[in-house]
Design a binder for this molecule. Structure first.
Ligand code: HPA
Length: 248
């Protein structure tokens, strides 16, 4: 079963015909909201809005463990997550859609493992390749079918937020090798891996990172909103193709 996690600008999928919604109880507390069960073009999908239905949960307060657990417990084994980012690398300007292949985790204080129970084994999972190559290839083909150019690689820096970065922080992230910056990629990706689920992220660039491009004097939310509106319809079309290909 395929699960889609929607982020900012994607609290619902208009092309998803919802048959029921259900709030799943988990050993880790409440997920961001009820899961939406339905189908896209006749293919079953489960959708989870990461920030809640009304987009009220900030990135640092998302219960990532409950969200991933809820999807797992309903049979999801493949997750395609959508998460907006700021572009650091020059070609990652607003409106571009990316498919990162690496992640650097700068978050702190988030509950980032299922392996922290006192009576559990110590487990160190392999995370060399944080995103699933099969799902990434599927997203790439889906983009071709949707006529969407998808930038194939990139290093996602996951910051704690909720504030945006300073210009110096962006320079440091770039020196570290990051090409884009967001707030929700971790621990989502690693929790999926711990449950042996496959995970890939589609990351629409909605602004130049702080101090770059037209954010040189600051980041303006009105600009982000304009880009979000224009980009998310394309992302919905892309997701539709992902769902169709996944069912093949
Ligand atoms: N920084 C961090 N997270 C983000 C940004 C950004 O510039 N844009 C979208 N999510």
């Amino acid at each position: 079963m395929l699960g889609i996690i929607g982020g900012t600008g994607l609290t619902q999928l208009e092309n998803l015909k919802i048959t029921r919604r259900q709030l799943i109880r988990t050993p880790y507390g409440e997920p961001s909201g009820p899961l939406a069960f339905g189908d896209i073009c006749g293919h079953p999908v489960i959708f989870m809005p990461r920030h809640g239905n009304g987009h009220t949960i900030p990135p640092h307060a998302v219960n990532y463990r409950a969200n991933i657990w809820a999807l797992y417990s309903e049979g999801v084994r493949d997750i395609v997550a959508v998460a907006t980012v700021g572009g650091i690398r020059e070609d990652l300007h607003p409106g571009v859609v990316t498919l990162p292949n690496q992640i650097i985790d700068y978050t702190n204080g988030r509950k980032n493992t299922y392996y922290d129970g006192k009576d559990q084994l110590v487990k160190h999972i392999d995370f060399t390749e944080p995103y699933c190559p099969r799902l990434r290839a599927l997203c790439k083909t889906a983009a071709e079918k949707a006529g969407e150019s998808l930038i194939q690689d990139g290093v996602y820096a996951c910051v704690q937020g909720p504030r945006l970065e300073t210009a110096a922080e962006i320079n440091r992230l770039e020196r570290d090798g990051a090409t884009m910056v967001g707030m929700t990629g971790m621990p989502e990706a690693v929790l999926a891996r711990e449950l042996e689920m496959s995970y890939a992220a589609i990351c629409p660039v909605v602004n130049h990172a702080a101090g770059r491009g037209n954010s040189v004097n600051g980041i303006r939310y009105e600009e982000i909103d304009k880009i979000l509106d224009a980009t998310m319809q394309r992302v919905r079309n892309l997701i539709e193709q992902v769902v169709i290909l996944h069912a093949d």
